[in-house]
Ligand binder design. Structure first.
Ligand code: 2HG
Ligand code: ZN
Length: 487
């Protein structure tokens, strides 16, 4: 039976971004979904469903007739088969912390939430864990720590972001300079491809040259090729001794110069995070925190070093050797370290309170970072003088989170100009948040026609009915490049 309260999407079919028609769904689809998952995992109550149709920033909003919550790889496989038979597209969701609108059912897709896939199978001797897609990153980190290891990826949204979402987007975060991104931790996945096949390669072999790296392909494919249901993840050695310092600089250029020097001189370096004066003031106001220094400064670096032995002396020596530091605050205990981190990690929430921001997560070559930061301000101001610009990010990765508030969610002229600037300097339109729905139009700035054609060929092979995340990553065929075969 279709549960009470089901709302069907518009009866007029709409053309989706991949030229498939996302039409009204057959009521029999929901009946079969209930048979498959149980009525409590086919959510159609409009009040509950309403919580699954917009992204965290509020910039992107869609609609869906139902939220489905499979509890195993087998159920996901059966669900994908059901979708293929009924021509129903899915919008995949994990912790819903994505910042590119990649989880939003923009075309009336049925939402598939993977949070019930929450198994954890530690393998201490190997220093590995197999984690279900729905496991939050913080829980994974705790499990790794209980084994005497650590998980190399850390990010501000750790309490909600899930393993599945972080694999789908190849999440980066604050320790990429030390341990690499999610793909660098990934030894294998279990996934249900869009063609209904289940690919499982979770043995965790360190040496395994047996063909295509399917896990590496699915990582960063943003749910467009397959539904990742579990991941085999490599852990890193724990570095129990940690010291955090906040450095203030009177120019952004000085802060960026110091980033390079610290990378070269400080072996224990595990994070270098950049933020500027306006963002710090906003966070202090939002969180009721005191200014970290008596005087205001133009730019700040949050620096963390971690090791087996206390790295405080090593950090102090490296900081003393920097030419241009204006002031330094070193955390003497964990509480102060957490407070210093709040100045950086509080940016996302503080900015969101100003209204839906445009999140332009770009990366540029390290050598071009100073030029990018210098040029982006006049670029935004000349187009939208009333807009506010917030710059922060992972300085050592060349990754700037350009946030712009005070402009309409649909006004994408600033987006276009900032992406064009990053691309002109040899950068990428997405560093770590993914293309999602927000950046599909600009994929061509970072990828050639031939690359996008290869993406489309892979999509056709693994998701021939285009039922997985049709609103994500690949540009609409009529707009994007790579649509035609040169032969
Ligand atoms: C971070 O580094 C996240 O804090 C979010 O990637 C960035 O809010 C953002 O733009
Ligand atoms: Zn980030």
């Amino acid at each position: 039976m279709v549960p009470q309260g089901v709302r069907h999407p518009a009866t007029v079919p709409v053309r989706s971004c991949h030229d498939r028609v996302v039409g009204p769904i057959d009521p029999a689809f929901l009946d079969e979904a209930v048979d498959l998952l149980g009525a409590s995992h086919v959510v159609v109550d409009p009040d509950v469903v309403a919580g699954y149709v917009a992204d965290w920033t509020g910039r992107f909003r869609g609609s869906t007739p139902a939220v489905l919550r499979p509890g195993s790889t087998e159920e996901v496989a059966a669900l994908v088969g059901l979708c293929r038979r009924h021509g129903v597209a899915l919008a995949l969701q994990g912790g819903r912390t994505g910042l590119s609108g990649g989880t939003v059912p923009l075309q009336g897709e049925v939402v598939c939430s993977l949070v019930r896939l929450s198994t954890l199978e530690p393998d201490g001797p190997a220093g590995q864990i197999t984690a279900g897609a729905g496991v939050p990153i913080a829980r994974l980190q705790e499990a790794a720590s209980a084994l005497g290891w650590a998980y190399g990826v850390d990010l501000a949204s750790r309490d909600s972001a899930t393993v599945g979402g972080s694999v789908a987007t190849n999440a980066g975060g604050i320790r990429v300079l030390r341990y690499g991104d999610t793909r660098a931790q990934l030894l294998g996945v279990s996934a249900v491809l869009g063609n209904g096949r289940v690919v499982t390669h979770l043995g965790g072999l360190l040496k395994d040259n047996t063909g295509y790296d399917l896990a590496g392909l699915l990582c960063g494919s943003e749910g467009t090729l397959g539904v990742v249901t579990a991941a085999r993840l490599s852990l890193v050695r724990a570095s129990p001794e940690r010291v955090v310092a906040l450095l203030a600089f009177d120019t952004v250029g000085a802060a960026l110069g110091a980033t390079g020097e610290l990378r070269a001189s400080l072996g224990a370096l595990s994070a270098v995070e950049l933020f500027l004066r306006p963002g710090l003031s906003l966070v202090c106001e939002h969180q009721g925190l005191p200014d970290p220094f008596d005087a205001p400064h133009a730019a700040y670096l949050l620096v963390e070093a971690s090791d087996d032995r206390d790295p405080t002396d090593e950090l102090s020596e490296a900081v003393d050797a920097l030419g241009a530091v204006a002031e330094v605050a070193v955390a003497q205990d964990r509480a102060r370290a957490a407070e210093l981190w709040r100045y950086r990690e509080g940016h996302t929430e503080a900015i969101n309170r100003l209204g839906p921001p445009h999140k332009l997560d770009v990366s540029v070559p390290i050598s071009a970072l100073g030029e990018f930061v210098e040029r982006v301000t006049p670029v935004v101001a000349s187009l939208r003088p009333a807009a506010a610009l917030w710059l922060f990010g992972h300085a050592a990765d060349g990754n700037v989170h350009v946030n712009v508030t005070g402009i309409d969610p649909d006004d994408d002229q600033v987006d276009e100009a900032v992406f064009a600037l990053a691309a002109s300097l040899g950068g990428a339109v997405s560093a770590e948040h993914g293309i999602g729905t927000a950046k599909r139009r600009w994929l061509h700035l970072s990828r050639s026609d031939d690359e996008i054609a290869a993406f489309r060929a892979i999509k056709s092979a693994l998701d021939p009915d285009k039922i997985l995340n049709p609103s994500v990553l690949l540009p609409p065929a009529e707009e994007g490049s790579g649509a035609t075969d040169p032969s």
